[in-house]
Design a protein around this ligand. Structure first.
Ligand SMILES: NC(=O)c1ccc[n+]([C@@H]2O[C@H](COP(=O)([O-])OP(=O)(O)OC[C@H]3O[C@@H](n4cnc5c(N)ncnc54)[C@H](O)[C@@H]3O)[C@@H](O)[C@H]2O)c1
Length: 372
């Protein structure tokens, strides 16, 4: 199969869909890998690294799209890219179609087959192609939060680990899933005094069993949150209610109960944010002040560490990419029901129910189209 990887063109996106290692694995199986010139530069992979892996460097995105049987990307195709997709071509990338009717209509019109990273599942009910980015964002949250806590950045001027004779920062993590657990591990590793709140008792039991001596946990109620934030130097928002906007768990009125210069890091901002005063920011201008409380609300946190994020995403997508290339998408999906969950669009038909419901478009079962 000819596998094409264009350079990402969404603003501030430095990741790339295929690492040289992934390209090398595909080439070793007899596939042809076409990388747009400079596609990996933002993640620290130059053209030579891909050539050494056996890939071909292609001058333009147009050529990559025109030649490849499968396009492997990171972000959803932009309008100009959607025009280059064609009938029978396979697209494997993040799509997030539910809030994006324009993209959905363009993909349907193109006749391509599109498999979305974010809806591929695993045997434990998890989302294996979203998890690596949650791990990155979680681990990054205390890092950016501790920078924001510095006096020159508007914070309280508190050091995460304290020093002998001076206590550590107090960090509250709301939501103990993938993001929250990784955030808590790193904050505790920096020496902070960390408490994780979650509403799932099984999750709290897991956190207690595995991390009992490293950080504390508490059942999440409005009362517990109100009490903990008063004393916190940093609050990390990491909640998710699947398919819904994030619940607002800290109100504007509550900011006045917090210590001046305390920091809110709202990782859940991509779902609308879990603090009333959160609004999405960018890496270029990540923090702002509301009532003396510093907010960090970057919606694409993994972009800050494009190299780590690219490799982490590539590790997760590679087995699926190879299976699609080796078997073709129909056989690969028939052999793996979790990959089949990723099928969103085929030949002008929508194949993912939640997207159809959100956009009022009829859906055809993926089981039907893979057998067609
Ligand atoms: N900003 C970014 O760059 C970025 C990157 C990755 C993920 N995210 C977002 O981070 C959020 C968390 O993702 P995740 O992968 O950790 O999800 P997850 O499903 O693994 O964890 C969410 C946790 O929130 C808990 N929860 C739900 N309601 C709660 C409440 N009221 N109080 C306390 N806990 C509650 C759930 O029980 C669950 O354990 C999502 O909104 C995700 O989209 C953002």
């Amino acid at each position: 199969m000819k596998i094409g990887c264009p350079k990402e063109i969404k603003p501030q996106e430095f990741r790339v869909g295929m690492t040289p290692n992934a390209a090398q694995e595909a080439v070793a199986r007899g596939h042809q890998v076409l990388i747009e010139s400079g596609a990996g530069i933002g993640a620290g992979f130059d053209n030579d690294a891909y050539v050494a892996a056996g890939a071909q460097i292609i001058d333009t995105a147009e050529e990559v799209f025109a030649t490849a049987d499968m396009i492997v990307k990171v972000k959803e195709p932009q309008a100009v890219e959607r025009k280059m997709l064609r009938e029978g071509q396979l697209l494997f990338t993040y799509l997030h179609l539910a809030p994006d009717p324009d993209q959905t209509h363009d993909l349907l019109e193109s006749g391509c087959t599109a498999i979305a990273y974010e809806t591929v599942t695993d045997a434990n009910g998890g989302l294996p192609l979203l998890a690596p980015m949650s791990e990155v964002a979680g681990r990054l949250a205390p890092q950016v939060g501790s920078w924001t806590l510095q006096k020159a950045n508007g914070g309280r001027g508190v050091l995460m680990g304290g020093v002998p004779g001076v206590g550590p920062a107090k960090v509250v993590v709301i939501g103990g899933g993938v993001v929250g657990t990784h955030a808590a591990k790193i904050a505790a590793g920096m020496g902070a005094d960390v408490t994780v709140l979650d509403r799932s008792l099984p999750r709290l039991r897991y956190l207690d069993d595995v991390f009992g001596g490293t950080f504390k946990n508490q059942y999440s109620t409005a009362g517990a949150t109100a009490e903990l934030i008063q004393d916190a130097d940093m609050v990390i928002g990491a909640v998710l209610i699947p398919g819904a906007a994030a619940p607002k768990l800290v109100s504007r009125a509550q900011l006045s109960t917090m210590k001046p210069g305390a920091v809110l890091v709202d990782v859940a901002i991509d779902q609308g944010g879990c603090f009333e005063t959160s609004k999405a920011t960018t890496h270029a201008d990540p923090i702002y002040d509301v009532d003396g409380i510093m907010h960090y609300c970057v919606a694409n946190m993994p972009g800050a560490v494009a190299r780590t994020s690219t490799i982490a995403l590539g590790n997760a997508t590679m087995p699926f990419m190879l299976s699609l290339a080796d078997k073709g998408w129909k056989q690969a999906c028939q052999d793996d029901p979790h990959l089949m969950e990723g099928l969103n669009v085929h030949a002008g038909k929508l194949t993912y129910y939640a997207v159809g419901k959100a956009l009022g478009i009829d859906v055809v079962s993926p089981n039907v189209v893979v057998k067609s």
